[in-house]
Design a protein around this ligand. Structure first.
Ligand SMILES: [Zn+2]
Length: 216
C-alpha cells in the first residue's frame, strides 16, 4: 500500500516534469517574437524580405507596389505618396549575405534617372562595400543595411511592430520562392558533377525550371 503511494507520487512528479519540458519546447518552437533582430531578418527568404520592406513603408504612410519578381536585378518595390500617381521612391531589395557592391547601386541610380524618380533606397540584410558607400554619398540614395532595418522596425509603434513581425513570420517564411514560378522551392541533393552530394534549393518544376539557390 505504502509502496503504491510512493509509486503514485513518483509517477505524478515525472509526469509534471515531462509536461513542463514539453511546454518549454513548444514555446521555443512558436517563435513568438516581440522585437526584431538580425537573426530573424537573415532567416527571411528573399521574397518575404521584399514583402516586409514594402509593408514597413506602408506602415509609415506610403502606398507600395512590388514591381518585379526576381532574386536579382530590377527594381523591386515602388512607393507612392498617398493620392499621388507618380512614384516617390524606388527600392531595390537584396537579401543576401555578401556586401552589395557599387555596380548594383549604379544600376539602381540608372533606373531612377530613366524613370524620373527622385529618390532611391537600396535594401539589404547585409552591408555595402566602401566603394558603394562612397559612390552613393551626396546622391539621393539611401543605403539601408540589416541593422538599419532592425532599428527602423523596432521604432514603429508597438502595435505596428508586432503586426510587421506577425506578417514576416506567418506561414513558411524561410524557404525561398522560385523567382520564375512563384512557388516554394524544395531541398535537392546534387547527384553528379564535382558538387555531388551537396544540398541546394531547387524548383519544384524541374526540369521545366532550372532555378536553384545555394543553401545558406
Ligand atoms: Zn521555378
Amino acid at each position: 500500500m505504502e509502496y503504491g503511494i510512493v509509486g503514485l507520487i513518483v509517477f505524478a512528479l515525472v509526469g509534471l516534469l515531462v509536461k513542463k519540458r514539453t511546454k518549454k519546447r513548444n514555446q521555443r518552437n512558436k517563435k513568438d517574437y516581440q522585437n526584431w533582430n538580425i537573426e530573424l531578418l537573415n532567416a527571411l527568404e528573399w521574397k518575404r524580405f521584399e514583402e516586409v520592406i514594402a509593408r514597413y513603408y506602408e506602415l509609415i504612410g506610403y502606398r507600395s507596389e512590388v514591381t518585379r519578381m526576381g532574386a536579382d536585378g530590377g527594381v523591386d518595390v515602388v512607393l507612392y505618396q498617398q493620392g499621388v500617381q507618380t512614384p516617390a521612391i524606388i527600392i531595390q531589395c537584396k537579401s543576401w549575405s555578401n556586401k552589395v557592391g557599387v555596380k548594383a547601386i549604379r544600376e539602381l541610380y540608372g533606373v531612377m534617372a530613366g524613370e524620373g524618380i527622385e529618390y532611391g533606397v537600396f535594401a539589404t540584410t547585409s552591408g555595402y562595400t566602401q566603394e558603394a558607400i562612397d559612390w552613393a554619398d551626396g546622391k539621393r540614395l539611401q543605403l539601408m543595411n540589416g541593422d538599419d532595418f532592425i532599428t527602423a522596425f523596432n521604432q514603429l509603434p508597438e502595435d505596428q511592430k508586432i503586426q510587421l513581425l506577425q506578417f514576416a513570420t506567418s506561414g513558411e517564411y524561410t524557404t525561398p520562392s522560385c523567382p520564375s514560378c512563384d512557388t516554394k522551392m524544395i531541398q535537392r541533393t546534387a547527384t553528379k558533377g564535382k558538387s555531388a552530394g551537396s544540398v541546394f534549393w531547387g524548383c519544384t518544376n524541374y526540369p521545366r525550371c532550372k532555378q536553384t539557390f545555394k543553401m545558406t
